[in-house]
Design a protein around this ligand. Structure first.
Ligand code: SAH
Length: 378
């Protein structure tokens, strides 16, 4: 009983994880310490990966005792950590309020990308996306966004000082949610992840993916300045309106103008165009030619990322055939654009693009389906 109460009280304290360096410095007088102490805390949290105040042995005993009375150092709780036969890992996290999100780690030779969530659910309702079928619950805080990376490093023994030896080298904001709909928290989290005195993942190794929240694309360039990926998926407004409904608000013309003005694009850092390959929907040779034409028209230094559609329970869409994917890719190549076909990773643990969804939501869905299939009791 006492334990439960103290845990609850503990949970309401401000979390040091997610504070900017300035916020942490400003918090020090609360415990009667000088602002510079925040630098030591930052080092413990982001260089050494400390999970408790007790570990922080170069702080005075008095400070170590005061810290937990005013602050917490809390990471999202791991409900499940799954490892795919191909090495992909997926975490299901439970947040303080019981909501759940997922993150995915995709190891490759010499590098590894962690795919992080920005919201519980999503408001965008893209027709082919499993996360989109889940109702939007809330934005994640900066601490909850950074916390996903901290846990992934804990579970992969990745608190290694030398950057070259680390397993998690890249960050992709491509998990659940639309990062540009949670702009401030995503910006604050990425600034913590980029900070040279801590985790220090450079902006060139961070990619933010958006379905096209046009007004925030400029802000993203100005205030976050990481590589941009755009979930394009269609070269015509009629089709994009169906697949990515935010297109009705910000149609292709507005989107592509904003993308062409993105700092990366102006400096010839290429913009990734994600394109999900859906059988008989958007995978014709005509679609490929139209895409290249659009990139030329708007002068976008694009590279395509063709993602074979990942099926999920309840969808009517199907994956394009291998032939259709290769034909599409080679048309884009011939027109001057790199367009690799991404090999799906972690499908066996539902970790592939668009398959993420809080587990509790999946369970609810299963329960509803089971009820429908069971004849009503007499
Ligand atoms: N909301 C952001 C971040 C999600 S990124 C965005 O839309 O860009 C996830 C990527 O996976 C997006 O390009 C999304 O369109 C794509 N995706 C979603 N569902 C998919 C599915 N079932 N198969 C393949 N890709 C999918």
């Amino acid at each position: 009983m006492t334990d439960v109460l103290s845990t609850q009280a503990h949970n309401t304290l401000p979390n040091l994880i997610g504070m900017s360096p300035d916020q942490m410095a400003e918090a020090m007088p609360v415990i009667g310490e000088k602002p510079f102490r925040a630098k030591q805390l930052w080092n413990w949290i982001y260089i050494r990966g400390a999970k408790s105040f007790d570990e922080m042995t170069n702080l005075s005993k008095a400070m170590r005792e005061k810290l937990p009375q005013h602050f917490r150092l809390s990471r999202p709780e791991v409900v499940r950590h799954l490892i795919s036969t191909d090495g992909t890992q997926k975490w299901l996290f439970r947040l303080d309020d019981g909501n759940e999100v997922e993150a995915v780690f995709i190891p490759e030779d010499g590098r590894g990308a962690l795919c992080i969530s920005s919201q519980v659910g999503c408001t965008l309702n893209c027709d082919f996306c499993n996360t989109g079928t889940q109702r939007m619950v809330r934005n994640l805080t900066a601490g909850e966004i950074v916390g996903q990376l901290l846990v992934a490093r804990d579970d992969n023994d990745d608190w290694v000082a030398e950057r070259e030896k680390r397993k998690i080298t890249n960050i992709v904001m491509m998990g659940m949610g639309e990062p540009l709909m949670n702009f401030d928290n995503v910006r604050d989290a990425l600034n913590i992840i980029k900070n040279d005195a801590g985790i220090s993942i450079s902006r060139r190794r961070i990619t933010l993916s958006t379905a096209g929240v046009v007004p925030q694309i400029k802000r993203c360039g100005d205030e976050i300045d990481v590589d941009l990926a755009v979930s394009l998926h269609a070269a015509r407004d009629e089709l994009r309106n169906v697949l990515v409904p935010i297109n009705k608000k910000y149609p292709l013309d507005e989107l592509l103008k904003a993308v062409a003005a993105y700092p990366g694009a102006r400096n010839s850092r290429r913009i990734t165009m994600e394109y999900v390959m859906i059988k008989d929907v958007n995978d014709s040779p005509e679609d490929a030619r139209l895409l290249a034409k659009l990139m030329k028209k708007y002068n976008i230094p694009a590279k395509f990322n063709l993602i074979p559609f990942n099926p999920w329970p309840g969808t009517d869409y199907e994956t394009s055939s291998n032939n259709a994917c290769h034909r599409f890719s080679s048309i884009l190549n011939d027109l001057g654009y790199s367009a690799p076909i991404r090999s799906p990773r972690g499908r066996d643990i539902m970790a592939a693009c668009g398959q993420l969804k809080s587990d509790s939501e999946n369970q609810k869905l299963k329960a509803i389906q089971a009820k429908r299939e069971t004849p009503a009791a007499q």
